[in-house]
Design a protein around this ligand. Sequence first.
Ligand code: ZN
Ligand code: ZN
Length: 180
Amino acid sequence: MGTIFTYIADDVLSNYSEAGTCAWCESNADLYTIYIDDGSGVADVACVKCIKTLPLRWIHPKDNERIIASLINTRYPRGTKSQDQRFALTVEMCDDYRRTPRLPNFIQNDDWPHCCGDFTEFVGDAGRSYLGPFDGFEWWGDENDGAIEYGIDGMIGGEDRISLFRCMHCSKRYWTFQCT
Ligand SMILES: [Zn+2]
Ligand SMILES: [Zn+2]
């Protein structure tokens, strides 16, 4: 689990930051890709402090946030949490997930891999910020996707990034690829 962003490994963050002036707090900082709109202006990068503290409603939702309630139900089986607790956990996970910078390669949609009732941790892009080995990664995506046939090694070197994830609760690891 990342200490800065729950769903991004700390050691790959520096590969995805750009130094600059944050449009929200005007400090010079490492900026990460995330869409924030306060109603009068939009920026597509922000510093860690602003990503963590600006009102959640300003931050652009991710496509698959609707699955969060079912992830919580998977993580905490029937009888282990009250409805109020489930609601609070769902809100908390939504906050954490939405405040995660858009670093993996989700060109088509935010199909962030999930496992064991939680989103997985982004550990880098194959051959770029993650140098392998790549065995043990399972495909995450449509079953009929041509990427499965080529595998990670066959897809490396193309113009689109291959993003890699690991479950924070079991030993599973996943790879995904979306093309432009
Ligand atoms: Zn800022
Ligand atoms: Zn798992």
